[in-house]
Structure formats: C-alpha cells, structure tokens
Design a protein around this ligand. Structure first.
Ligand code: NAD
Ligand code: AHE
Ligand code: ZN
Ligand code: ZN
Length: 369
C-alpha cells in the first residue's frame, strides 16, 4: 500500500513529503495508522548527522500514537482497533535483559533496529523500488508504519492520541529518569540541566517524588515560566554568572544537590551536572544524547569522593508493562502533557517543527495526521 511520509534523504537537509510504498506486516509484526507524533530533539539530532547510527534515506520519528490496522501471522497480544504507542525500547519479556529485572533495555531486536531495519533484516518502506530505512524501530513520521509486536504498548482507548503520543519518548523519559533511574527520595534537592520536553518532565518527576527543592537550569530564559509552573523552585541561567555553574549551584545548596539530571546532550553540562552533586552521596543521571565521537570527563576524585554517574534511556520504563499506567496517570490528572504541546501542524509542515525546536520556540510540536 501507499503511505504519506516525511523522508530524511541526507544529513542536514530538510525532510520531503512523499507517497512511499509500505509492505504489510510480516509474522510477529503489526501495522499502525498514526494519529499524531511529537518531534523530539533526538529526531533533529539524527537529522544533523551527529548520530553514529544515523542512516539515510530514512523515515524518522519515535514519539507517536495510533491505532492497529493490520496484524501479521502469529500476533496475539494486540488486535486491529487497539490504540497503541510505538516503543523504541521494546519489551520482549524473554531476553536476558528483560529477565534481569535490572534494566528496560530489551535487546531482542536492537541490532537490526540500529541498522534501520526490521528484525528480518529488511525494510517495509520503499520508494521507486529502493528501500527507505526505518528509524529507532518506529518511523512515526509516516501516516502508517509497521512495527514488531513487541514494540507497541496497548493503551486505554479513552486517551487522546494527539497528547499521549508524547509519552512515546520525552515525557516518559524525564519522569522515569527521576522515579526509576535515580529513585529520588522525598525532601531531596534536585537540579535539572536543560528545560525542553525532557528536562521539564524531570521537574514533573521530581514533584511526583516530592523533592524539596528543584533547581532548573537553561540558557534560554523563556523556558523558566513553564519550569516554575511545573514546580521548579529556582531557575538559573548560567549566562548570568562568571563562575562555573557547578560552583554557583554548590553555593546555593550548602555543598551540592542530592540528584542532578542532564537533559541537553552537551558533554560540558554533563560534567557540570556531576560536579554540582553533593560530596559523599550526590547522583547525576545523563539523559541527553551527545554526538558521535564525544566523550565525558571529570576528575576521578569526583567519584572517589562519593558522587555517582548514571545514565537513563526511556526513563528506565518497560514500555509494554509500564506505559499503560503512565497513560492512565495522565487521564487521572497526575501527569501533565497538554502544557507541553506548544505547536500542532500537519505533516506537510514538519520542517517548521524542526526549526521551532532549533530556535528554542517550542517545547513539543505535535504533527497531526
Ligand atoms: P530540547 O531541545 O527541547 O531541550 C534542550 C534544552 O536545553 C533547551 O531548552 C535549550 O535551551 C537547553 N540548552 C541548550 N544548551 C544549553 C546549555 N549549554 N546550558 C543549559 N541549557 C542548555 O530537547 P529535548 O527533546 O528536551 O531533549 C533533551 C536531550 O535529551 C536531547 O539530547 C535528546 O536527544 C535527549 N533525549 C534522550 C532520551 C533518552 O532516553 N536518554 C530521550 C529523549 C531525549
Ligand atoms: N544511536 C545513538 C544514541 C541515541 C540514543 O542514545 N538513544 C536513546 C534514546 S533517545 C530518544 O530520544 C536510547 O534509548 N538509547 C538506548 C539505545 O539502545 O539506543 C548512538 O550514539 O549510537
Ligand atoms: Zn526522543
Ligand atoms: Zn527483551
């Protein structure tokens, strides 16, 4: 069949909208009609050419929500008509990682997913007979997409798909990093670097964890209003200080924060986030994705003296078992999503969503199909 999709032909070039060919789901796969998709910083990152796994031409997008329209042979866990959120971190339930009880990083299909292919090593998308690569196993910048059954979470049909699509990445990632990865305790002092969709959701997570103080850091003052609305107690723009931002935070907090989160993807702020942690116990979680070849550094003494460096992917959330609860928490008013949707637009305008993110104008643009 044909589907309308935004194609990333090569790094640094705008996407173009094309009618592409889409093969139906093979065994263990499902076809989903997307209702909406968010645009995450990671989509812009991969388009920039900085992602070592970035392959072109590809259909980007990994923050979607839609409805199952066809299932392949042997699919039992979802049916036509089910509402689902595509999962770039799938959950097979049987691999060593899924069974470990220690991680959400299911590896059942990770190798082919990283190559832009379905688990059988081929692509379902093509144009004029030439394959177009999948992205993160989801390719939500397409009206229809095909996914492995283990890469969809079945959710409550009452949930508006044009909002809960943001649980497909940014919002879940921020909240989950606080609750699952760092496990912030009530009364803790928290610092969050970067106030995009992810960092603002770290604030939501910190509020849910009953943190005592939440310090929000960004170089764009326009982000502070929303940060405060969500529960930040202090907002800091590093540009307003001569001293390194870690020293500023240490002074403000009697020796440093209990937990910090980096939601930018900049190795300098990753260092600052670690070094603003309190001696003896402070823990820093890296969420931001840094470009190919970049490395983090700090004095080992920072770790010797008790600070801990961690990382978090998709907030440590196991998508098939835990994401439906996130959707229900949104429906019950416990998780905020609506406030994050600053712009909506049709697929034809998707390049504008990329521009708005680069310009710091949007939190999330949602593409409506
Ligand atoms: P975004 O672009 O919306 O937000 C980034 C924010 O960082 C912006 O507000 C920007 O002003 C701020 N910023 C930039 N440079 C800064 C600096 N030097 N100091 C302080 N603030 C600075 O991005 P997003 O969608 O919120 O994603 C944030 C990061 O998280 C990206 O690197 C993205 O790739 C990554 N990410 C990771 C995961 C994961 O599972 N680990 C999931 C989603 C996104
Ligand atoms: N492909 C890149 C890394 C990209 C990356 O870290 N992706 C995050 C999700 S970002 C969502 O917006 C992730 O989940 N990583 C775990 C994984 O297995 O990819 C690279 O550096 O190669
Ligand atoms: Zn993302
Ligand atoms: Zn698994």
């Amino acid at each position: 069949m044909k589907t309308r999709a935004a194609i990333a032909w090569q790094a640094g070039q705008p996407l173009t909208i094309e009618e592409v060919d889409l093969e139906g789901p093979k065994a263990g796969e499902v076809m989903v009609k997307l209702s909406a998709t968010g645009v995450c910083h990671t989509d812009t990152f991969t388009l920039s050419g900085e992602d070592p796994e970035g392959v072109f031409p590809a259909i980007l997008g990994h923050e979607g929500a839609g409805i199952v329209v066809e299932v392949g042979e042997g699919v039992t866990s979802v049916s036509v008509g089910d509402h689902v959120i595509p999962l770039y971190t799938p959950e097979c339930g049987t691999c060593k990682f899924c069974l470990s009880g220690k991680t959400n990083l299911c590896q059942a299909i990770r190798a082919t997913q990283g190559q832009g292919l379905m688990p059988d090593g081929t692509s379902r998308f093509s144009l004029n007979g030439k394959p177009i690569f999948h992205f993160m196993g989801t390719s939500t910048f397409s009206e229809y997409t095909v996914l492995p059954e283990i890469a969809v979470a079945k959710i409550n049909k009452a949930a508006p798909l044009d909002k809960v699509c943001l649980l497909g990445c940014g919002i879940t990632t921020g909240i989950g990093a606080v609750l699952n990865t760092a496990k912030v305790e009530p009364g803790s002092t928290v610092a969050v670097f970067g106030l995009g969709g992810v960092g603002l959701s770290v604030i939501q997570g910190a509020v849910l964890a009953k943190a005592g103080r939440i310090i929000a850091i960004d170089i764009n003052d326009d982000k502070f209003e929303m940060a405060k609305l969500l529960g930040a107690t202090d907002c800091i723009n590093p540009k307003e200080y001569d001293a390194p931002i870690q020293d500023v935070i240490i002074d403000l907090t009697d020796g440093g924060v209990d937990y910090s989160f980096e939601a930018i993807g900049n190795t300098q702020t990753m260092r600052a986030a670690l070094e603003c942690c309190h001696k003896g116990w402070g823990e820093s979680t890296i969420i931001g994705v840094a470009g190919a070849g970049q490395e983090i550094s700090t004095r080992p003494f920072q770790l010797v003296t008790g600070r801990v460096w961690r990382g978090s992917a998709f907030g440590g959330v196991k998508g098939r078992t835990q994401l439906p609860d996130y959707v229900d928490q949104y429906l019950q008013g416990e998780i905020k999503i609506d406030e994050f949707v600053t712009h909506t637009m049709p697929l034809e305008d998707i390049n504008r969503a990329f521009d708005l993110m680069h310009e710091g104008e949007s939190i999330r643009s949602v593409i409506l199909f």
